[in-house]
Design a protein around this ligand. Structure first.
Ligand code: ARG
Length: 574
């Protein structure tokens, strides 16, 4: 039992004792939910708002608070005081230190883990790259948010299914086939992959501007893919393989894996069901030749959702509806998350509404996890203006720059390449998951790679600092810790943060917000560094030393777990 739960149990028992026989008294779990953290330290560590009881007890909150304060008084766990309608608790510092460290250290790197998700499945649609397009930094956030959310849900016991919903369907692939057949060279494309394909695509557009009949050629080849023409399919599958080969290098660098690569094309033969159901449920109407689902614009503010174009072709939304139905059948998800840029907000709201109108109650389990834009050194990204930053290049620069810093700071480090990779990649991931996801990000090298301030290297460095203290301690005999050595404000602040970590993880899961963990880990590092400057760890007095070592170990484990949950590694030396 952690401190908060123990406190909740204590309060529940006291209420029972004081108000025996009253119906509807709250349980310890209810009380744990009511407990607040006071805004100022002078008001204690926890506060119980007694107005939560005034209805069942038919008494004013201050009266209840004063009765309970008298009954609790002071014990091993805490001292209680009435403050207005609140019962405020001041934890006994030694006891709090002991309890917290015992809990954290018993769990090791699993501290904060849970099984509340057991038997439940979360599908995560993320990264979802487009075939024949290079992986640029506009796809960094979806990739890292998705990866982190997968880890967070797994940590809480959920089964997760990571889906890369490939953009592998559309007329552009017909154009690409035409361009390749007209101007392409097999060896060059095989060697340079997506880069060569992108050039061919650009060439097609330039030429089509001069000769619009090329667009018809493009459409013909796209139809050939759809009709299963052998040559068309072979070329298209080759483009797909090349794209996946090139993106795999980026995924390997980032440590990202997927369970499924079923993309838009996978649903080609699953569209009939959507159309049939929509018709059967009288949801489909024809407007100017196209088939749409009306979304009651007056009420929802949303224009109709386009399902079939005039020529009978399906759309992005039609495919997303087909995919949702298929995923529900296949995985029976409890939640299906779509980690996609905010710009697609209307798209998701529209087709979620269509699924709801189809009568599927699980439409409420579809969630658009939206995020803001990323710019690079103050410049926004735009393919059209030619200002693109490729993710692979960015990651390699990060590693190189980290390597140069390490060379300067720790010339004697043994595995510099490995650490440079961990620090460089980590710095990029940290920068991406540092702030609330809806906020736009400006990626700036000086900020990202700095060793002080709120950065990936700073957090990793604090972890390495803990490891170094623990290495020194490893040579000493362990003794009984003297927990009273941890009653100073610095140690107590650290303990408070440690004790809140499990809640932090749950909050991040609930709000689909990895940055909550990034921030908590950063605060933990700041608090540890303050503690470290105020207190020597390896002191002569064995009991004091042991207490500080235990605290250091608990901090180290928690930083490592937190970093893992946002997708970062934690080097032991740097
Ligand atoms: N490929 C799309 C893009 O790059 C993202 C797809 C997101 N997933 C989905 N099921 N719509 O914009």
């Amino acid at each position: 039992m952690d401190t908060k739960q123990s406190l909740a149990a204590l309060i529940a028992d006291t209420i029972e004792e004081c108000f025996m026989g009253v119906e509807g008294l709250p349980t310890a779990d209810d009380i744990a939910g009511f407990l607040e953290i006071p805004p100022q330290k002078e008001m204690g560590d926890y506060a119980f708002p007694c107005f939560k009881l005034s209805k069942v007890l038919r008494k004013g909150p201050p009266v209840i608070a004063s009765m309970l304060a008298g009954a609790v008084g002071e014990n091993d766990l805490a001292r209680a005081e009435q403050m207005g309608g609140y019962l405020n608790f001041f934890l006994q510092r030694d006891n709090f230190a002991q309890k917290t460290l015992e809990t954290v250290l018993a769990a090791g790197e699993d501290y904060g883990k849970g099984d509340e998700g057991a038997g439940k499945t979360v599908c995560l649609d993320y990264s979802s790259i487009n075939i024949a397009k290079r992986f640029h930094i506009g796809h960094l956030s979806t990739t890292m948010l998705g990866q982190s959310l997968s880890r967070i849900y797994q940590f809480l016991g959920y089964k997760t299914v990571g889906i890369n919903h490939l953009g592998d369907w559309g007329t552009q692939f017909g154009k690409l086939i035409y361009a390749y057949k007209t101007w392409g060279e097999k060896e060059d494309v095989e060697k340079r992959g997506v880069e060569a394909l992108t050039e061919l695509y650009v060439k097609f557009h330039d030429e089509a501007e001069k000769d619009p009949s090329l667009d018809d050629e493009g459409r013909r080849w796209f139809k050939a893919i759809e009709d299963g023409n052998e040559e068309a399919l072979e070329l298209f599958n080759w483009f797909k393989a090349l794209t996946l080969r090139d993106t795999q290098r980026v995924y390997d660098l980032l440590g990202v894996k997927f369970d499924s690569y079923n993309g838009e094309a996978f649903y080609n033969d699953k569209m009939g069901r959507v159309i049939d159901e929509l018709k059967a449920k009288n949801l489909l109407t024809v407007s100017e030749g196209a088939s749409i689902v009306d979304l009651d614009q007056d009420e929802t503010g949303m224009p109709p959702c386009l399902i079939l174009k005039k020529d009978g072709a399906t759309l992005y939304a039609t495919r997303d509806i087909a995919a949702a139905l298929w995923r529900k059948d296949e995985y029976d998800f409890d939640k299906c998350l779509y980690v996609v840029a905010y710009q697609q907000d209307l798209h998701f709201r529209q087709w979620f509404k269509v699924v709801e109108k189809m009568g599927y109650e699980w439409a409420k389990d579809l969630v658009h996890v939206a995020f803001g834009m990323i710019s690079y050194e103050g410049q926004s990204l735009s393919t059209r203006k030619g200002h693109v930053v490729f993710l692979e290049d960015l990651l390699h620069s990060a590693i190189e720059k980290a390597r140069a810093i390490i060379e300067e700071k720790s010339p004697n480090l043994e595995n510099k390449d490995e650490v440079a990779r961990q620090v460089g990649i980590g710095a990029v991931i940290y920068a991406d998951l540092q702030n609330g996801r809806i906020k736009d990000i400006n990626f700036c090298w000086d900020d990202v790679l700095s060793f002080d301030g709120e950065t990936g290297p700073y957090v990793q460095y604090t972890h390495a600092r803990c490891c170094s203290a623990l290495r020194k301690a490893a040579e000493l005999e362990p003794v009984e810790p003297d927990y009273s050595a941890l009653s100073d404000d610095y140690a107590q602040e650290l303990l408070r943060q440690l004790s809140r970590f499990p809640e932090t993880v749950r909050e991040a899961a609930k709000r689909y917000e990895p940055s909550i963990i990034t921030r908590a880990v950063t605060e933990l590092c700041k608090a540890y560094n303050k503690f470290y400057y105020e207190n020597r760890i390896i002191v002569d007095e064995a009991g004091v030393r042991e207490a500080r070592i235990r605290l250091t170990r608990a901090v180290k484990n928690t930083i490592k777990t937190g970093l893992y949950l946002i997708g970062m590694e934690a080097p032991e030396r740097m």
